[in-house]
Design a protein around this ligand. Structure first.
Ligand SMILES: Cc1cc2nc3c(=O)[nH]c(=O)nc-3n(C[C@H](O)[C@H](O)[C@H](O)COP(=O)(O)O)c2cc1C
Length: 335
């Protein structure tokens, strides 16, 4: 499948591994690159030791120059405002990342430094009104993230659905910034989703939850097992797990994960949880220590309902790409 995205890096398939904090490690990013996709290491909250270890591993495993050119890293922007040593380290590496993705905050303070290394800047947005800020920063690629997505995104008051957000942004870019590429994110887990992203006007798809459920992902085995048994009805957005994890996320962002019993216990009592979190946090911490996912969180979005196996990432990417190409061909469009 050839698109403007596959030409830009270059890739063999218009799929980008989402930079999932603590899940998109070096092995997963390298496996995606090997399969022809763009592999973004999940720099997340900007932990220097973790980012250094996982990005270095990705470069070691990627081996060929072709695969190295398909590696990059993502960060949570508001956290960089507090501590940017992992980004500083990344940009000083002999093998510079091909792309840096910033989400959840103003990319402008970091954009010039990133682009000066030759890396492409990818900015994830959740609403149309965020787009001018990302373009002002010089984003080469925008990711339109729908609220179906796993992990952080906009809360219920502000979130958009992938199906209507992507074509609206595609039209907006065609009119105002036609050279900026667009990726769809949120709920894309198979060839149908990738084909839909193309039909909606995106140059490709950023995939999180489905690639989280692979052999190379660093997600805990117990979380993957729970995901296999969970339908798309079984996730929810809220700030419950952010409060339990002591993560100080700014409004209007919250978090989609499996709606486990501990989540259900607190989802209707957020004020109480915020004011007196100690007992619930101990319960959560004990769940994490025991690998008990009735209390610990498993970070996936609505696409979890389409997760039926835990394959190797390369095999999954080939499967999604072949299915999408076939569907687009049958529909009479060019893949
Ligand atoms: C486990 C997990 C961790 C995530 N961590 C991050 C992150 O650190 N930074 C980020 O920009 N997005 C993060 N995301 C969101 C993804 O970038 C992406 O928007 C989302 O996964 C797309 O929806 P999907 O999960 O339905 O594929 C995360 C998603 C998941 C599932």
């Amino acid at each position: 499948m050839q698109t403007r995205l596959t030409d830009l890096f270059p890739l063999n398939t218009p799929i980008v591994l989402a930079p999932m904090a603590l899940a998109s490690g070096g092995a997963l990013a390298a496996a995606c690159a090997e399969a022809g996709a763009l592999g973004l290491v999940g720099g997340g909250y900007g932990d220097l030791a973790w980012t250094r270890a996982q990005y270095t591993l990705a470069c070691e495993l990627a081996a060929s120059a072709e695969n190295l050119a398909r590696l990059g890293c993502g960060f949570i922007t508001w956290k960089l405002d507090e501590e940017a040593s992992a980004l500083d380290w990344l940009l000083a590496q002999p093998h510079r990342p091909s792309a840096v993705m910033l989400s959840f905050g103003d990319p402008l303070p970091y954009a010039q430094r990133i682009k000066a290394t030759g890396a492409r800047l990818i900015c994830q947005v959740q609403r149309l009104e965020q787009v001018p800020q990302a373009l002002e920063a010089g984003a080469d690629v925008l990711v339109a993230q729908g609220a179906e997505a796993g992990g952080h995104g906009m809360n219920a008051l502000n979130g958009r659905a992938t199906l209507s957000f992507v074509p609206e942004l595609a039209d907006w870019l065609a009119a105002h910034s036609p050279d900026t590429l667009l990726l769809a994110a949120g709920g894309i887990a198979d060839g149908r989703g990738l084909a839909a992203a193309r039909v909606l006007g995106a140059d490709g798809a950023l995939i999180g939850s489905r690639l989280w459920a692979t052999q190379e992902s660093l997600a805990p085995a117990g979380a993957k097992t729970q995901a296999l048994a969970t339908s798309g009805d079984g996730t929810a957005r809220s700030s419950v797990f952010d409060i339990l994890r002591r993560k100080n996320w700014p409004v209007p962002y919250d978090f989609r994960a499996i709606r486990n019993p501990l989540h259900q216990q607190w989802e209707g009592r957020l004020d109480e949880l915020s004011q007196q979190p100690a007992a619930a946090r101990s319960d959560y911490d004990a769940g994490v220590a025991a690998g008990d996912f009735t209390r610990a969180h498993a970070t996936v979005g609505e696409a979890v309902g389409l997760v039926r196996d835990i394959p190797a990432a390369g095999e999954l990417i080939q499967r999604i790409t072949a299915e999408a190409a076939d569907l687009l061909k049958k529909m009479g469009s060019s893949p």
